[in-house]
Design a protein around this ligand. Sequence first.
Ligand SMILES: [Zn+2]
Length: 455
Amino acid sequence: MPILPNSTFYASFSLMDDILLSDRNIDLRSETTYQDHLLSSVWSLVKAAHENSSYYQQIWKGIWDAGSASWDDFFKLKPADKSLLENNNVSIKRNNIAYYFLTGDTTEKPKVIPVTKKEWRDRNEYRANCYRLANITKFDSVWIALPFGPWAAGHSSQHAFHILESNVLPAGLSNDQYVMRYIWNQAKQMNINVIATTPSILKFIESSIEEDSLIPIEKVIISGDRVSDELRGYYKDKYNIDLLASYGSSECFVGMECQYQCGYHFDPNQILVEVVEPQNYLPTELEGSILLTNLTSEAIPLIRYKVGDRGKVHYQKCRCGSDWPRLQWTGRDSDYYEISGGVNLHTYQVEQALDRLKLKIQKCDVVIKDDNGGKDLIEFTVFFNEKDVSTQRQKKLLTKEIIQAIRTLSLDFNDVMFEGYANVAIIIQAMNKDAPPQEKKVEIRDLRKFRSSGV
Ligand SMILES: [Zn+2]
Protein backbone atom coordinates (compact mmCIF):
# COMPACT_ATOMS: atom_id res chain seq x y z
CA MET A 1 0.00 0.00 0.00
CA PRO A 2 1.19 3.55 -0.66
CA ILE A 3 1.54 6.43 1.77
CA LEU A 4 -1.53 6.00 3.90
CA PRO A 5 -2.98 7.68 6.92
CA ASN A 6 -2.51 5.33 9.83
CA SER A 7 -2.82 5.13 13.55
CA THR A 8 -0.42 7.99 14.26
CA PHE A 9 -3.26 10.44 13.95
CA TYR A 10 -3.94 9.71 17.60
CA ALA A 11 -1.35 12.47 18.14
CA SER A 12 -3.36 15.39 19.42
CA PHE A 13 -6.91 16.33 18.97
CA SER A 14 -8.44 18.08 21.90
CA LEU A 15 -12.17 17.82 21.18
CA MET A 16 -12.22 14.11 20.49
CA ASP A 17 -9.55 12.90 22.87
CA ASP A 18 -12.05 11.29 25.21
CA ILE A 19 -13.67 9.40 22.42
CA LEU A 20 -10.43 8.35 20.78
CA LEU A 21 -8.88 7.06 23.96
CA SER A 22 -11.88 4.91 24.68
CA ASP A 23 -11.85 3.20 21.32
CA ARG A 24 -8.38 1.89 20.71
CA ASN A 25 -9.29 -1.77 20.51
CA ILE A 26 -9.95 -1.75 16.80
CA ASP A 27 -8.20 -3.06 13.74
CA LEU A 28 -5.98 -0.21 12.64
CA ARG A 29 -5.21 -1.86 9.31
CA SER A 30 -8.71 -1.13 8.16
CA GLU A 31 -8.39 2.54 9.00
CA THR A 32 -7.73 4.26 5.75
CA THR A 33 -9.55 6.11 3.05
CA TYR A 34 -7.79 3.98 0.47
CA GLN A 35 -9.38 0.56 0.83
CA ASP A 36 -8.37 -2.03 -1.77
CA HIS A 37 -11.96 -3.12 -2.33
CA LEU A 38 -12.73 0.40 -3.61
CA LEU A 39 -10.00 0.42 -6.24
CA SER A 40 -12.08 -1.07 -9.05
CA SER A 41 -15.01 1.32 -8.58
CA VAL A 42 -12.64 4.29 -8.26
CA TRP A 43 -10.85 3.37 -11.47
CA SER A 44 -14.00 2.66 -13.45
CA LEU A 45 -15.18 6.18 -12.50
CA VAL A 46 -11.79 7.66 -13.41
CA LYS A 47 -11.59 5.83 -16.75
CA ALA A 48 -15.13 6.77 -17.76
CA ALA A 49 -14.39 10.39 -16.83
CA HIS A 50 -11.25 10.45 -18.94
CA GLU A 51 -13.02 8.86 -21.88
CA ASN A 52 -16.04 11.16 -21.84
CA SER A 53 -14.93 14.48 -20.37
CA SER A 54 -12.66 16.92 -22.17
CA TYR A 55 -12.09 18.59 -18.80
CA TYR A 56 -10.39 15.53 -17.32
CA GLN A 57 -8.53 14.83 -20.59
CA GLN A 58 -7.13 18.33 -20.33
CA ILE A 59 -6.14 18.39 -16.64
CA TRP A 60 -4.61 14.89 -16.80
CA LYS A 61 -2.73 15.55 -20.02
CA GLY A 62 0.80 14.22 -19.76
CA ILE A 63 0.07 12.15 -16.63
CA TRP A 64 -2.61 9.88 -18.05
CA ASP A 65 -1.66 6.24 -18.42
CA ALA A 66 -4.38 3.88 -19.62
CA GLY A 67 -2.81 1.01 -17.66
CA SER A 68 -3.10 2.78 -14.30
CA ALA A 69 -5.05 0.97 -11.62
CA SER A 70 -3.36 1.50 -8.26
CA TRP A 71 -3.76 4.02 -5.46
CA ASP A 72 -0.31 5.41 -6.30
CA ASP A 73 -1.55 6.09 -9.82
CA PHE A 74 -4.66 7.72 -8.39
CA PHE A 75 -2.55 10.13 -6.32
CA LYS A 76 -0.92 11.40 -9.52
CA LEU A 77 -4.26 12.65 -10.85
CA LYS A 78 -4.50 16.40 -10.69
CA PRO A 79 -7.53 17.46 -8.61
CA ALA A 80 -10.59 18.99 -10.23
CA ASP A 81 -11.85 22.37 -9.14
CA LYS A 82 -15.00 24.43 -9.62
CA SER A 83 -14.26 25.01 -13.31
CA LEU A 84 -15.31 21.36 -13.74
CA LEU A 85 -18.90 22.45 -13.27
CA GLU A 86 -19.14 24.26 -16.57
CA ASN A 87 -22.14 23.10 -18.51
CA ASN A 88 -20.06 21.73 -21.36
CA ASN A 89 -18.26 19.25 -19.12
CA VAL A 90 -21.12 16.79 -19.04
CA SER A 91 -19.81 13.23 -19.47
CA ILE A 92 -23.02 11.55 -20.52
CA LYS A 93 -25.66 11.99 -23.22
CA ARG A 94 -27.74 15.06 -22.44
CA ASN A 95 -31.02 13.19 -22.66
CA ASN A 96 -29.95 11.18 -19.60
CA ILE A 97 -29.94 14.29 -17.47
CA ALA A 98 -33.04 14.57 -15.32
CA TYR A 99 -32.40 17.69 -13.21
CA TYR A 100 -30.32 20.81 -13.29
CA PHE A 101 -29.35 22.67 -10.16
CA LEU A 102 -27.28 25.76 -9.59
CA THR A 103 -24.50 26.04 -7.14
CA GLY A 104 -23.66 29.20 -5.26
CA ASP A 105 -20.36 30.18 -6.68
CA THR A 106 -17.44 32.51 -6.52
CA THR A 107 -17.53 33.87 -10.04
CA GLU A 108 -20.06 36.04 -11.78
CA LYS A 109 -21.97 33.19 -13.34
CA PRO A 110 -23.59 30.42 -11.29
CA LYS A 111 -22.38 26.92 -12.02
CA VAL A 112 -24.88 24.42 -13.33
CA ILE A 113 -24.99 20.94 -11.87
CA PRO A 114 -26.66 18.40 -14.13
CA VAL A 115 -27.91 15.28 -12.36
CA THR A 116 -29.20 11.95 -13.66
CA LYS A 117 -32.21 10.22 -12.10
CA LYS A 118 -29.95 7.60 -10.59
CA GLU A 119 -27.63 10.22 -9.10
CA TRP A 120 -30.56 12.09 -7.62
CA ARG A 121 -31.97 8.92 -6.09
CA ASP A 122 -28.55 7.86 -4.75
CA ARG A 123 -27.93 11.28 -3.28
CA ASN A 124 -31.27 11.44 -1.48
CA GLU A 125 -31.01 7.89 -0.19
CA TYR A 126 -27.53 8.63 1.07
CA ARG A 127 -28.76 11.83 2.67
CA ALA A 128 -31.57 9.86 4.32
CA ASN A 129 -29.00 7.42 5.72
CA CYS A 130 -27.07 10.36 7.10
CA TYR A 131 -30.25 11.72 8.73
CA ARG A 132 -30.81 8.27 10.27
CA LEU A 133 -27.44 8.71 11.88
CA ALA A 134 -28.78 11.90 13.43
CA ASN A 135 -31.64 9.75 14.78
CA ILE A 136 -34.31 11.19 12.51
CA THR A 137 -37.20 8.74 12.18
CA LYS A 138 -40.73 8.51 10.86
CA PHE A 139 -41.92 9.87 14.19
CA ASP A 140 -40.27 13.23 13.57
CA SER A 141 -42.00 16.25 12.07
CA VAL A 142 -39.68 18.47 10.11
CA TRP A 143 -39.95 22.04 8.92
CA ILE A 144 -37.58 22.50 5.97
CA ALA A 145 -36.64 26.18 6.14
CA LEU A 146 -34.24 26.19 3.19
CA PRO A 147 -34.49 27.92 -0.18
CA PHE A 148 -36.50 25.86 -2.68
CA GLY A 149 -35.19 27.76 -5.72
CA PRO A 150 -32.73 26.34 -8.24
CA TRP A 151 -30.43 25.10 -5.44
CA ALA A 152 -30.38 21.44 -4.49
CA ALA A 153 -30.35 21.46 -0.67
CA GLY A 154 -34.06 22.11 0.01
CA HIS A 155 -35.28 19.65 -2.60
CA SER A 156 -32.80 16.96 -1.64
CA SER A 157 -33.63 17.29 2.08
CA GLN A 158 -37.31 16.99 1.29
CA HIS A 159 -36.75 13.73 -0.62
CA ALA A 160 -34.54 12.40 2.16
CA PHE A 161 -37.12 13.13 4.87
CA HIS A 162 -39.80 11.50 2.71
CA ILE A 163 -37.62 8.39 2.43
CA LEU A 164 -37.53 8.32 6.25
CA GLU A 165 -41.32 8.80 6.25
CA SER A 166 -41.03 11.78 8.56
CA ASN A 167 -43.81 14.39 8.48
CA VAL A 168 -42.56 17.26 6.39
CA LEU A 169 -43.48 20.92 6.12
CA PRO A 170 -41.48 22.11 3.10
CA ALA A 171 -42.36 25.73 3.77
CA GLY A 172 -39.14 27.23 2.58
CA LEU A 173 -38.46 30.66 3.93
CA SER A 174 -39.37 34.26 3.61
CA ASN A 175 -37.54 37.45 4.21
CA ASP A 176 -40.67 38.80 5.88
CA GLN A 177 -40.85 38.23 9.64
CA TYR A 178 -44.65 38.27 9.54
CA VAL A 179 -44.65 35.39 7.03
CA MET A 180 -42.07 33.49 9.09
CA ARG A 181 -44.26 33.88 12.18
CA TYR A 182 -47.22 32.57 10.19
CA ILE A 183 -45.22 29.52 9.05
CA TRP A 184 -44.08 28.97 12.63
CA ASN A 185 -47.70 28.87 13.81
CA GLN A 186 -48.49 26.27 11.13
CA ALA A 187 -45.39 24.34 12.15
CA LYS A 188 -46.56 24.26 15.78
CA GLN A 189 -49.91 22.86 14.73
CA MET A 190 -48.04 20.08 12.93
CA ASN A 191 -46.11 19.38 16.13
CA ILE A 192 -42.84 20.17 14.38
CA ASN A 193 -39.90 19.00 16.49
CA VAL A 194 -37.10 19.32 13.90
CA ILE A 195 -36.06 22.24 11.69
CA ALA A 196 -33.75 21.76 8.71
CA THR A 197 -32.15 25.11 7.99
CA THR A 198 -29.00 27.23 8.08
CA PRO A 199 -27.68 29.02 11.21
CA SER A 200 -28.56 32.46 9.89
CA ILE A 201 -32.12 31.44 8.96
CA LEU A 202 -32.47 29.85 12.40
CA LYS A 203 -31.58 33.18 14.00
CA PHE A 204 -34.10 34.86 11.70
CA ILE A 205 -36.82 32.38 12.72
CA GLU A 206 -35.98 32.92 16.37
CA SER A 207 -36.24 36.70 16.06
CA SER A 208 -39.46 36.41 13.97
CA ILE A 209 -41.41 34.44 16.55
CA GLU A 210 -40.75 37.11 19.19
CA GLU A 211 -41.75 36.01 22.69
CA ASP A 212 -42.82 32.59 21.52
CA SER A 213 -40.24 29.95 22.29
CA LEU A 214 -38.40 27.42 20.16
CA ILE A 215 -38.79 24.92 23.02
CA PRO A 216 -40.90 22.40 20.99
CA ILE A 217 -37.87 21.96 18.72
CA GLU A 218 -35.54 19.13 19.72
CA LYS A 219 -33.09 19.17 16.84
CA VAL A 220 -31.98 21.44 14.07
CA ILE A 221 -30.38 19.85 11.03
CA ILE A 222 -27.97 22.45 9.77
CA SER A 223 -26.72 22.87 6.24
CA GLY A 224 -25.02 25.79 4.56
CA ASP A 225 -23.03 27.97 6.94
CA ARG A 226 -20.64 26.54 9.50
CA VAL A 227 -21.86 26.19 13.09
CA SER A 228 -19.72 27.67 15.83
CA ASP A 229 -19.46 26.12 19.30
CA GLU A 230 -20.93 29.33 20.75
CA LEU A 231 -24.01 28.95 18.60
CA ARG A 232 -24.45 25.32 19.63
CA GLY A 233 -24.07 26.30 23.27
CA TYR A 234 -26.53 29.15 22.93
CA TYR A 235 -29.37 26.97 21.54
CA LYS A 236 -28.58 24.11 23.91
CA ASP A 237 -28.64 26.34 26.99
CA LYS A 238 -31.63 28.43 26.01
CA TYR A 239 -33.94 25.83 24.43
CA ASN A 240 -32.23 22.44 24.89
CA ILE A 241 -31.93 22.14 21.11
CA ASP A 242 -29.19 20.06 19.49
CA LEU A 243 -27.68 21.58 16.38
CA LEU A 244 -26.54 18.73 14.14
CA ALA A 245 -24.59 19.89 11.13
CA SER A 246 -24.29 18.31 7.72
CA TYR A 247 -21.37 18.83 5.39
CA GLY A 248 -21.63 19.20 1.66
CA SER A 249 -22.70 21.42 -1.16
CA SER A 250 -24.91 21.30 -4.22
CA GLU A 251 -22.28 19.30 -6.05
CA CYS A 252 -21.81 16.69 -3.34
CA PHE A 253 -23.49 15.87 -0.05
CA VAL A 254 -20.74 14.45 2.16
CA GLY A 255 -22.02 13.61 5.61
CA MET A 256 -23.65 14.41 8.91
CA GLU A 257 -22.93 14.74 12.60
CA CYS A 258 -24.39 12.24 15.03
CA GLN A 259 -25.60 13.16 18.51
CA TYR A 260 -22.00 13.27 19.78
CA GLN A 261 -21.12 16.03 17.32
CA CYS A 262 -17.60 14.74 16.77
CA GLY A 263 -17.12 15.27 13.05
CA TYR A 264 -19.19 14.53 9.97
CA HIS A 265 -19.83 10.81 9.54
CA PHE A 266 -19.63 9.74 5.91
CA ASP A 267 -20.01 6.45 4.08
CA PRO A 268 -16.55 5.60 2.71
CA ASN A 269 -18.12 3.38 0.06
CA GLN A 270 -20.08 6.31 -1.25
CA ILE A 271 -17.68 9.25 -0.94
CA LEU A 272 -13.92 9.00 -0.95
CA VAL A 273 -12.78 11.78 1.38
CA GLU A 274 -9.07 12.48 0.96
CA VAL A 275 -6.96 14.72 3.13
CA VAL A 276 -3.89 15.79 1.18
CA GLU A 277 -0.94 18.14 1.28
CA PRO A 278 -1.94 21.17 -0.76
CA GLN A 279 1.40 21.40 -2.60
CA ASN A 280 1.48 17.91 -4.11
CA TYR A 281 -1.96 16.39 -3.39
CA LEU A 282 -0.43 13.40 -1.65
CA PRO A 283 -2.26 11.93 1.36
CA THR A 284 -1.23 13.23 4.74
CA GLU A 285 -1.78 11.82 8.21
CA LEU A 286 -2.11 15.34 9.55
CA GLU A 287 -4.82 17.79 8.69
CA GLY A 288 -4.76 19.06 5.12
CA SER A 289 -6.83 20.01 2.08
CA ILE A 290 -9.99 18.02 1.48
CA LEU A 291 -10.54 16.30 -1.89
CA LEU A 292 -13.81 14.52 -2.66
CA THR A 293 -14.44 11.68 -5.06
CA ASN A 294 -18.12 10.88 -5.38
CA LEU A 295 -18.32 7.22 -6.37
CA THR A 296 -21.93 7.53 -7.51
CA SER A 297 -21.43 10.62 -9.69
CA GLU A 298 -22.39 10.24 -13.34
CA ALA A 299 -23.28 13.40 -15.26
CA ILE A 300 -20.22 15.25 -14.05
CA PRO A 301 -17.88 12.76 -12.38
CA LEU A 302 -16.45 14.31 -9.24
CA ILE A 303 -12.87 13.08 -8.89
CA ARG A 304 -10.38 14.51 -6.40
CA TYR A 305 -12.56 17.60 -6.27
CA LYS A 306 -11.13 20.49 -4.27
CA VAL A 307 -13.77 21.93 -1.99
CA GLY A 308 -11.57 24.67 -0.58
CA ASP A 309 -11.78 23.33 2.98
CA ARG A 310 -9.23 21.77 5.28
CA GLY A 311 -9.85 18.84 7.57
CA LYS A 312 -8.83 15.53 9.05
CA VAL A 313 -10.44 12.10 8.97
CA HIS A 314 -10.93 9.99 12.10
CA TYR A 315 -11.53 6.27 11.73
CA GLN A 316 -12.14 5.16 15.30
CA LYS A 317 -15.57 3.76 15.88
CA CYS A 318 -17.85 6.43 17.29
CA ARG A 319 -19.77 6.15 20.56
CA CYS A 320 -22.96 6.36 18.51
CA GLY A 321 -22.12 2.90 17.14
CA SER A 322 -21.59 3.91 13.53
CA ASP A 323 -18.65 2.43 11.61
CA TRP A 324 -18.54 5.36 9.26
CA PRO A 325 -15.43 7.51 9.67
CA ARG A 326 -15.72 11.14 10.65
CA LEU A 327 -14.42 14.19 8.85
CA GLN A 328 -13.32 16.96 11.15
CA TRP A 329 -13.48 20.37 9.50
CA THR A 330 -10.48 22.47 10.50
CA GLY A 331 -10.69 25.57 8.33
CA ARG A 332 -10.61 27.14 4.92
CA ASP A 333 -8.07 26.75 2.21
CA SER A 334 -8.56 30.36 1.20
CA ASP A 335 -9.81 33.52 2.78
CA TYR A 336 -13.52 33.70 2.43
CA TYR A 337 -16.43 34.41 4.69
CA GLU A 338 -19.89 32.92 4.89
CA ILE A 339 -22.62 35.50 5.19
CA SER A 340 -26.29 35.17 6.02
CA GLY A 341 -28.19 33.52 3.20
CA GLY A 342 -25.40 30.93 2.95
CA VAL A 343 -23.29 32.90 0.47
CA ASN A 344 -19.51 33.12 0.39
CA LEU A 345 -17.72 36.43 0.18
CA HIS A 346 -14.13 36.26 -1.08
CA THR A 347 -11.54 38.99 -0.80
CA TYR A 348 -10.59 38.65 -4.46
CA GLN A 349 -14.22 39.10 -5.53
CA VAL A 350 -14.34 42.48 -3.83
CA GLU A 351 -11.00 43.40 -5.43
CA GLN A 352 -12.26 42.45 -8.87
CA ALA A 353 -15.53 44.32 -8.43
CA LEU A 354 -13.79 47.52 -7.30
CA ASP A 355 -11.31 47.29 -10.18
CA ARG A 356 -14.23 47.89 -12.49
CA LEU A 357 -14.90 51.35 -11.08
CA LYS A 358 -13.98 54.26 -13.30
CA LEU A 359 -12.10 55.94 -10.45
CA LYS A 360 -9.15 54.32 -8.78
CA ILE A 361 -9.76 53.43 -5.13
CA GLN A 362 -7.13 53.86 -2.44
CA LYS A 363 -8.39 50.98 -0.35
CA CYS A 364 -11.55 49.29 0.90
CA ASP A 365 -12.30 48.05 4.41
CA VAL A 366 -15.06 45.47 4.63
CA VAL A 367 -16.56 44.76 8.03
CA ILE A 368 -19.12 42.01 8.57
CA LYS A 369 -21.28 42.60 11.65
CA ASP A 370 -24.39 41.17 13.25
CA ASP A 371 -27.47 43.10 12.24
CA ASN A 372 -31.08 42.71 13.36
CA GLY A 373 -33.08 39.53 12.86
CA GLY A 374 -30.14 37.17 12.37
CA LYS A 375 -28.97 39.04 9.30
CA ASP A 376 -25.45 40.21 8.67
CA LEU A 377 -24.49 43.78 7.92
CA ILE A 378 -21.68 44.07 5.39
CA GLU A 379 -20.14 47.50 5.55
CA PHE A 380 -17.90 48.57 2.67
CA THR A 381 -15.82 51.65 3.49
CA VAL A 382 -14.19 52.73 0.25
CA PHE A 383 -11.38 55.29 0.26
CA PHE A 384 -10.74 57.57 -2.70
CA ASN A 385 -8.34 60.35 -3.40
CA GLU A 386 -9.82 63.40 -1.68
CA LYS A 387 -10.10 65.46 -4.87
CA ASP A 388 -12.39 62.77 -6.34
CA VAL A 389 -14.90 62.90 -3.50
CA SER A 390 -15.00 66.52 -2.47
CA THR A 391 -18.70 67.11 -3.30
CA GLN A 392 -21.86 65.33 -2.16
CA ARG A 393 -22.79 64.74 -5.79
CA GLN A 394 -19.50 62.93 -6.47
CA LYS A 395 -20.07 60.75 -3.40
CA LYS A 396 -23.62 59.94 -4.44
CA LEU A 397 -22.62 58.91 -7.95
CA LEU A 398 -19.76 56.81 -6.62
CA THR A 399 -22.02 55.06 -4.12
CA LYS A 400 -24.35 54.14 -6.95
CA GLU A 401 -21.48 52.82 -9.03
CA ILE A 402 -20.12 50.80 -6.10
CA ILE A 403 -23.50 49.23 -5.36
CA GLN A 404 -23.68 48.20 -9.00
CA ALA A 405 -20.17 46.72 -8.85
CA ILE A 406 -20.89 44.82 -5.62
CA ARG A 407 -24.07 43.34 -7.06
CA THR A 408 -21.95 41.63 -9.68
CA LEU A 409 -19.72 39.85 -7.12
CA SER A 410 -21.73 36.72 -7.83
CA LEU A 411 -25.27 35.75 -8.65
CA ASP A 412 -25.71 34.65 -5.05
CA PHE A 413 -24.54 37.97 -3.78
CA ASN A 414 -26.93 39.73 -6.11
CA ASP A 415 -29.68 37.64 -4.48
CA VAL A 416 -28.44 38.59 -1.04
CA MET A 417 -28.81 42.26 -1.87
CA PHE A 418 -32.02 41.92 -3.84
CA GLU A 419 -33.81 39.64 -1.39
CA GLY A 420 -32.34 41.36 1.64
CA TYR A 421 -30.85 38.21 3.30
CA ALA A 422 -28.06 40.50 4.46
CA ASN A 423 -27.82 44.27 4.70
CA VAL A 424 -25.16 46.19 2.84
CA ALA A 425 -23.83 49.66 3.64
CA ILE A 426 -21.49 51.76 1.49
CA ILE A 427 -19.41 54.49 3.07
CA ILE A 428 -17.27 56.78 0.93
CA GLN A 429 -14.18 58.23 2.57
CA ALA A 430 -11.61 60.68 1.34
CA MET A 431 -7.97 59.84 1.72
CA ASN A 432 -5.19 62.37 1.67
CA LYS A 433 -3.34 62.22 -1.64
CA ASP A 434 -0.04 62.02 0.22
CA ALA A 435 -1.09 58.92 2.12
CA PRO A 436 1.38 56.04 1.63
CA PRO A 437 0.29 53.26 -0.75
CA GLN A 438 -1.79 50.62 0.99
CA GLU A 439 -0.27 47.20 1.32
CA LYS A 440 -3.61 45.41 1.11
CA LYS A 441 -6.20 47.02 -1.09
CA VAL A 442 -9.14 45.09 0.35
CA GLU A 443 -9.34 43.92 3.92
CA ILE A 444 -12.24 41.96 5.36
CA ARG A 445 -12.89 41.75 9.09
CA ASP A 446 -15.50 39.50 10.65
CA LEU A 447 -16.92 40.98 13.86
CA ARG A 448 -19.92 38.67 14.18
CA LYS A 449 -20.47 37.17 17.59
CA PHE A 450 -21.27 33.62 16.53
CA ARG A 451 -18.88 33.22 13.63
CA SER A 452 -15.27 32.32 13.65
CA SER A 453 -13.09 34.15 11.18
CA GLY A 454 -12.84 32.79 7.67
CA VAL A 455 -9.50 31.01 8.02
ZN1 LIG B 1 -21.17 9.14 15.83
